[in-house]
Design a protein around this ligand. Structure first.
Ligand code: AMP
Length: 372
């Protein structure tokens, strides 16, 4: 799919097609604009966060093949800020224009079963798991894995949606029913052992068309109500563990042939690292890089997708990122009052509970480089 011509750097002034209109697309579009590119957003939502800052937008459903084809003819490369789009649409896109990362990467990332099998294939451990496609399967899986456990939809889950915890007294029929529409959409689930982790970390790695790569430092993530609350950079973990986490992310990007970014989330346990999940795009746990690294994740994403040389991911400062969820965004003026806080808002008009409205980065000199 990537002929030699397609590996050449895409010159500034070219148009990047962005599938998805959320905040990740918005921040990527801003980074693209800094490098002189135009972004054309494809999103079912009118006035999406990404469309507000982009040169062009197509408002249509991800399964609208005529709209997809028209979009493909107007852009020079296609990438994603949202990966749950139909395979058929990606096939249509790829017939006209380079798609980075390619479909096979999205296919693995869309499906927890494929994802877990993939990580096993590269020697990276995950929580114990079993595929589950019915109540009988679930009973067998719970008997094999034990309680507590977590039942998840195999597809279309995010921010804890499509998940049910199975405790000592949970009725399995109720748990199965609770997953409800998620399972109806996807047809399958996964049962995972509940991990009593010391913490959660993630690594974002960028990989270019020629296999060059650069990873950001591993970071420490704290979730609240299953949604990322804060990210601390660097993660307070031993250097050997940080190196192992970066190696897992790099090997995954390499094995998948990612061109773009790959974010890998992991649990830190007494027995080492367990991979939770991955995303082949910019990630919420990389927002701190906007104010604390020489090249941030969004610029790195655009560089990779446009076949440009990657920039340095070096962390010049320590950072804490806090998500502004729902009503948190009302504190915007108070945050701006703190001269060391960097506020990033996503242009969403309605602050619904659980909705990511923005984030704030607070940076400090690197603790490991006193006096610099
Ligand atoms: P996920 O959508 O899989 O990223 O899950 C969202 C969050 O739920 C994770 O970041 C963890 O905090 C928690 N979680 C998910 N799976 C497990 C597990 N197997 N054991 C313990 N906590 C989990």
């Amino acid at each position: 799919m990537t002929g030699e011509g397609e590996r050449r750097p895409l010159p500034p002034g070219s148009t990047i097609g962005m599938i998805g209109g959320g905040q990740l697309g918005r921040m990527a579009a801003l980074a693209a604009a800094r490098l002189g590119y135009r972004v054309h957003v494809f999103s079912p939502e009118a006035d999406s966060p990404a469309a507000q800052v982009s040169a062009a937008v197509t408002v249509a459903d991800y399964s609208d093949q005529a709209a997809i084809e028209d979009f493909a003819c107007k852009v020079d490369v296609v990438t994603f800020e949202f990966e749950n789009i139909p395979a058929e649409s990606v096939r249509h896109l790829a017939a006209h224009v380079p798609v980075r990362p390619c479909w096979s990467v999205l296919e693995v990332a869309q499906d927890r079963v494929a994802e877990k099998r993939f990580f096993a294939s590269i020697g990276a451990a995950t929580a114990p798991w079993r595929p589950v496609s019915g109540l009988d399967d679930l009973a067998e899986a719970v008997a094999a894995i034990g309680r507590p456990a977590v039942l998840k939809t195999a597809r279309l889950g995010y921010d804890g949606k499509g998940q049910v915890k199975i405790g000592p007294d949970t009725d399995l029929a109720e748990a199965w029913a609770a997953l409800g529409s998620g399972l109806a959409d996807s047809g399958a689930g996964v049962l995972e052992g509940f991990i009593d982790f010391a913490g959660e970390i993630s690594v974002i790695v960028a990989r270019g068309v020629d296999g060059d790569w650069a990873a950001f430092d591993p970071v420490w993530n704290v979730h609240r109500n299953h949604i990322l609350d804060t990210t601390t950079a660097p993660a307070p973990i031993a250097p050997a563990l940080a190196a192992r986490a970066m190696d897992i992310a790099h090997r995954a990007a390499e094995a998948l042939g990612v061109v773009g970014l790959l974010a890998v989330e992991m649990f830190v346990t007494a027995d080492g690292l367990l991979v939770n999940e991955m995303a082949p795009r910019p990630h919420n746990s990389g927002h701190w890089t906007m104010d604390a690294c020489i090249t941030d994740q969004f610029e790195q994403f655009i560089r990779a997708v446009c076949a440009l040389p990657l920039g340095s991911p070096e962390r010049h400062s320590d950072a804490e990122m806090k998500n502004l969820i729902g009503d948190d965004v009302e504190r915007w003026l108070e945050i701006l009052d703190d001269p060391h806080a960097k506020l990033h808002l996503y242009g969403k008009s309605e602050a619904r509970p659980g909705r990511k409205m923005g984030h704030v980065n607070r940076i400090a000199p690197r603790a490991d480089r006193p006096g610099v």
